[in-house]
Design a protein around this ligand. Structure first.
Ligand code: HEC
Ligand code: HEC
Length: 336
């Protein structure tokens, strides 16, 4: 008995050391978090420009997107308490909290996660999540058990504020609404050595105008298929392309399906052989690789540590940045 306890304690200590070491050397991968460059230590605050140019007159024209009979102004598209719903036929009737939110603290879920729950790389796809899992996450946000390992990731902080403003009833309605829809693919994973140069817009990577490229390095660069449709019009039918390093999908497949000789744990046991989820365990197949990586990193760093996240600890404890890239590329490339 003494010996068993001893072995367990040594095992736990090794695990702890491994994660402590990792936390010490690694920083949240910028390609997955999109928090922007950190201000150098001791930098003076940037002074606002002395004479700002007069703001251009707001664009009040009506906009349209292909295949939709609706038209909206840009202000309507971005209305935090009732954003545009381009395709009302694509989803069930939205509960009030999803369509309009609740002023002042809970912006409408449909603003960021879209009315169809597809979400975007900088937030989360929530369609097709098991209702029990969805509620568990809202409660983890509420009780400060889930935050971002990158404190400058502003929209995760906003999500925490939203979760804290909801009633039990509103959480339940949102969970049932999004859970009733199936997850369908809209991220195309492409292996390549070069990627477009990008800029950040609210945590989302956007290709620069023109054809400038740079080496991909050990990153996944996930960008809208069509900048105008996603960035300006928030078209919930316009998806994403994720560039990944050559060979990453195959390496990821080995880790995900076998656990890579103890480097991680085969995912299918809990997430289902096809990675579509089992019972309350969420589906992963075909979801945003930036989002998936943020979550694995957050769990490794201990920033996401709700009750159920315990089960993910041995999965992520030893993973390196290169492993995250491979696993996320493979999982995102699976068709749900
Ligand atoms: C301002 C944008 C924004 C709004 C509005 C918003 N969310 Fe979120 N949501 C996020 C972000 C950002 C994340 C977490 C992304 C991360 O940390 O990587 C998230 C994550 C989630 C998750 C976890 C998903 C998962 O797979 O674990 C749930 C559930 C969720 N939101 C529900 C809601 C509900 C319900 C509403 C409306 C009441 C809502 N959100 C409104 C931005 C938003
Ligand atoms: C022992 C069971 C188990 C195994 C094995 C497992 N997971 Fe998980 N995973 C979970 C549970 C349970 C959750 C929900 C955690 C929570 O509620 O915070 C989860 C959550 C996740 C999430 C966050 C999903 C979201 O929507 O935010 C990701 C990403 C993930 N797992 C990836 C993986 C990958 C990749 C593997 C294999 C390399 C894997 N998991 C293996 C049980 C497991």
């Amino acid at each position: 008995m003494k010996r068993i306890v001893h072995v367990v304690v040594i095992g736990a200590a090794t695990l702890l050391t491994a994660s402590a070491l990792r936390a010490q050397f690694a920083v949240p991968p910028e390609w997955a978090y999109g928090a922007g460059p950190a201000a150098p230590a001791g930098a003076a605050p940037v002074a606002p420009p002395a004479a700002a140019a007069p703001a251009p007159a707001p664009d009040t024209s009506l906009k349209q997107v292909p295949g939709s009979a609706q038209s909206f102004t840009l202000a309507q598209v971005r209305n935090a308490f009732g954003p545009a719903d381009w395709f009302p036929g694509d989803h069930p009737v939205m509960p009030a909290v999803v369509a309009k939110g609740k002023s002042p603290d809970a912006r409408a879920c449909s603003l960021c996660h879209y009315p169809n729950g597809k979400g975007r790389a900088e937030n989360a796809g929530v369609a097709g999540l098991p209702a029990a899992y969805f509620l568990q996450q809202l409660n983890d946000f509420r009780h400060d058990l889930r935050k971002s390992a990158e404190p400058r990731k502003a929209n995760t902080n906003i999500m925490i504020g939203i979760a804290k403003a909801l009633t039990e009833d509103e959480m339940q309605q949102a969970a049932e609404y999004f859970g009733a829809m199936k997850w369908t693919p809209w991220v195309r994973v492409v292996e390549t050595t070069t990627v477009p140069k990008t800029r950040l817009a609210g945590g989302l990577f956007i290709p620069l105008d023109g054809a400038a490229t740079e080496p991909i390095g050990m990153r996944i660069i996930e960008v809208p298929e069509n900048v105008e449709q996603t960035e300006v019009l928030r078209n919930p039918r316009s998806g994403f392309v994720a560039y990944a390093p050559p060979g990453s999908i195959k390496k990821g497949e080995a880790l995900v399906t076998t656990g890579g000789n103890g480097r991680t744990v085969a995912c299918g046991v809990c997430h289902g052989a096809d990675l579509k989820g089992i019972g309350p365990v969420p589906g992963l197949a075909g979801r945003s690789p930036s989002y998936l990586t943020r979550q694995m990193y957050d769990m490794q760093a201990g920033a996401r540590h709700g009750q159920w996240a315990e089960l993910m600890k041995p999965v992520v404890a030893k993973l390196t940045d290169a492993d995250f890239v491979s696993i996320a590329a493979y999982v995102a490339s699976r068709t749900p």
